[in-house]
Design a protein. Structure first.
Lengths: 375, 351
């Protein structure tokens, strides 16, 4: 299988597996206990928290809240900020966010929180001034993703942070898709809240984190035993947390190499396809993540192409995964002004940490084979 | 693959015959927010059953989005036909325009040679071409809803479970360990959900849910109703009687919210006009003597078939039939073979 769906999820890195192993076995304790077994788990988890804080450039390790994944981190950031201190605070976000943010905003709207969704340009990029202009006295939190999961479009988060200076609102960025290849830190984004999901950069599924700037109070969304200083109740997924932080370290150390190899693979892939496929359109050509190749094949339904690729052992994606498995026209492409027909002809190829430059050629060959003899 | 036992076994049989099988489920209808519906057929649970069977058989499986095609070809015309006083058969329109049209035309793009479904019907091939036959299991026969298929279609279609009884199909599913082995047969129209199409029509077609009058053929008002949607041709229940003679619905006019009642005698038809006729062989049969089936749940009855000159056909029953309903299909048989069929457009008086 030539796996070109790394934005959906990617393989666990060897460093992750190695780091997790003891916690699936002898170090099984619940970090919240009083005995030695618990203390060992707790020590490992707190060490992981310190390393994660350092990797993100946080000032204190307690600014890191471990969660059960990216969706949970987004929920905690957006709902937690809007509902803090008994408020019904407003949310300003964009039309191209992940469902974890958009659906949370919709939920908050139902509770009476004012929500504004700022539109994007043809490349899916939001204007920082437009975001700042949408902020009112009621706004509690602004949520803009670091990069889009479908198209790879990078948002000007740092510029938005500057534009919001002194406005008294929190800035959240969902960096779930960006972290593997982009320099995502507190300083580089200027955000008060940053969401990550382990499985997008070589960690296990079902674990993530939210960076919460010191002094920011969030209303918890999960209620229970009060773990994570009350910000996220629930027994800690110690193996997952340790694995995630090992993957973060590996990803950060591997970023330059990742960018080089993946850029080379994508260059070869797109160059070959552009030469051979009449009318091929590379979406978001300029402002995108290095690992994303979001292509429109005019006249070819993405659904058909994906099935023909699957039969040639190539894994790619279209739209967002939906739970029936049917390919839906994505809200992201609709927000970018794609009509239904154009959106239905777009396929997302995403490269990952296992990709070699030569994979770009192989991928292009198989796509061309899949396009051949289309009736 | 609908998620039912028939299509599950159809997939397994093709695999056993050495075919390279790809499973697909058509997403034809959706609830609010684009999710698959949770009741009726084509539900999330059905797709999961189909996916589980495909995984068990170790074949690729895809859900294909046909919501737009299905809405345009089946759901919207269903409402329009109803308002025109007809009682359409959505399964037939789905077969005609979605499954055996849009999907069949796409098999090549999906790099497949044939389209296989779990329908209970048989296909025979001889020197004259392809023949569409009733299923081995007469109680499960679905040839009625497949009458629109032609030679080019049958060449590319397989109905492997049509050669088996339903009991054999279930036994085969159990032998293969498929989780659909004991799943009940679906009865509902897939897009109206559990229960009845009347609620669906009430929601989608306010015109059909308007109160109105119940009249006799002579125009005398004999009662009132809460919407024509509650009535079908031939219905007797809830209409009372006159001088000990029960009343039956003989005509429904949604356009002016009127239900017409009459005696059992008024329900009798000597024949019907059929339009949109196609023949499986691609040409009309030599003989005018056929058996005609005028609704899904009835046996074919002897009749004669003649062209009406305007492209439609006239069917004359050997014996008058009750409750011949415009919008339903009239399907012509010779013994076990489907000759063709079309849509009942009008009723011809008895005698």
């Amino acid at each position: 299988m030539l796996y070109l769906d790394h934005a959906a999820t990617t393989m666990v890195r060897p460093e992750t597996r190695e780091a997790m192993a003891p916690f699936l076995d002898e170090v099984f304790g619940n970090p919240s206990g009083v005995h030695g077994t618990s203390r060992r788990a707790k020590a490992a988890m707190e060490q992981a928290r310190e390393r994660a804080a350092a990797l993100l450039g946080a000032s204190r390790s307690l600014e890191i809240v471990f969660t059960g994944g990216g969706t949970e981190a987004d929920n905690l950031a957006v709902a937690g900020a809007a509902l803090a201190a008994g408020r019904r605070g407003g949310v300003v976000t964009t039309t191209v966010e992940h469902e974890a943010v958009l659906a949370t905003a919709g939920f908050l709207e139902g509770l009476g929180c004012p929500v504004t969704r700022v539109g994007v340009d043809r490349d899916g990029v939001v204007d920082p001034e437009g975001v700042a202009a949408a902020v009112t006295a009621d706004t509690a939190v602004v949520s803009v993703m670091a990069a889009n999961n479908e198209t790879g479009a990078r948002q000007p988060v740092a510029e938005i942070a500057s534009a919001l200076t002194g406005r008294g609102v929190l800035l959240h960025t969902d960096a779930v898709q960006a972290f593997v290849s982009e320099d995502v830190t507190v300083a580089s984004t200027g955000a008060d809240l940053i969401s990550l999901a382990a499985h997008k950069f070589g960690g296990p599924k079902g674990v993530g984190l939210l960076y919460v700037r010191d002094g920011v109070t969030l209303e918890p969304v999960l209620h229970g035993g009060g773990q994570e200083l009350g910000r996220r109740s629930g027994t800690h997924n110690v193996a997952g947390i340790v694995g995630m932080v090992a993957a973060m370290e590996a990803a950060v150390a591997d970023r330059a190499r990742f960018r080089r190899d993946v850029a080379a693979a994508r260059e070869r892939f797109e160059t070959r396809l552009e030469a051979a496929v009449p009318g091929l359109i590379v979406n978001v050509p300029d402002r995108r993540l290095v690992q994303h190749s979001h292509l429109r094949f005019p006249g070819v339904p993405a659904e058909t192409l994906l099935i023909r690729l699957d039969r040639r052992q190539v894994a790619a994606a279209a739209g967002s995964a939906c739970h029936s498995g049917a390919v839906e026209v994505s809200h992201v492409l609709a927000a970018m002004g794609f009509d239904e027909e154009a959106a239905a002809e777009c396929v997302r190829f995403t490269f990952g940490w296992v990709t070699t430059p030569a994979d770009g050629d192989t991928a292009a060959e198989r796509v061309l084979a899949a396009l051949q003899d289309l009736p | 693959m609908s998620g039912g036992v028939d299509s599950s076994v159809a997939a397994a049989l093709m695999l056993e015959q050495g075919w390279d099988v790809v499973g697909v489920t058509l997403k034809q209808w959706e609830g609010s927010g684009g999710t698959m519906p949770s009741a009726g057929c084509c539900t999330v649970a059905d797709a999961e059953d189909a996916r589980s069977v495909a995984a068990r058989l170790d074949v690729p499986y895809y859900v294909l989005d046909y919501v737009d095609e299905f809405t345009a070809a089946v759901v919207d015309p269903f409402g329009e036909a109803y308002l025109a006083g007809r009682t359409p058969n959505p399964c037939i329109e789905c077969n005609r325009r979605v499954r055996f049209k849009a999907l069949l035309e796409r098999t090549a793009a999906l790099e497949c040679d044939v389209l296989v479904t779990g329908h209970h019907a048989r296909i025979r091939h001889d020197g004259d071409g392809y023949h569409l036959m009733r299923a081995v299991d007469a109680a499960k026969d679905q040839s009625y809803v497949l009458h629109m298929l032609g030679q080019r279609d049958l060449e590319r279609i397989r109905f492997p479970v049509g050669e088996m009884t339903k009991a054999e199909v279930r036994a085969e599913a159990a032998r293969l360990g498929l989780r659909t082995a004991n799943k009940p047969d679906s009865q509902d129209l897939c897009f109206v959900g559990k229960g009845d199409y009347r609620r669906f029509l009430r929601e989608r077609l306010p015109e059909a849910a308007r109160p109105g009058v119940i009249v006799t053929g002579a125009g005398d008002v004999v009662g009132h109703h809460d919407g024509t949607v509650d009535f079908t041709i031939g219905q007797r229940r809830g209409l009372g009687a006159v001088a000990g003679t029960p009343r039956y619905v003989i005509e429904i006019r949604p356009a002016d919210a009127t239900v017409v009642v009459g005696s059992r005698r008024d329900l009798l038809a000597g024949g019907c006009r059929v339009d949109g006729v196609s023949f499986v062989a691609g040409r009309a049969p030599q003989t005018a003597r056929v058996a005609v089936k005028i609704r899904y749940r009835s046996e074919p009855v002897p009749a004669s078939l003649a062209p009406a000159g305007d492209g439609s056909w006239e069917v004359r029953f050997a014996e008058p039939q009750t409750a011949v309903t415009p919008g339903q299909a009239a399907v012509f048989y010779r013994d076990d073979e489907v000759l063709g069929g079309g849509t009942i457009d009008g009723v011809l008086a008895a005698g």
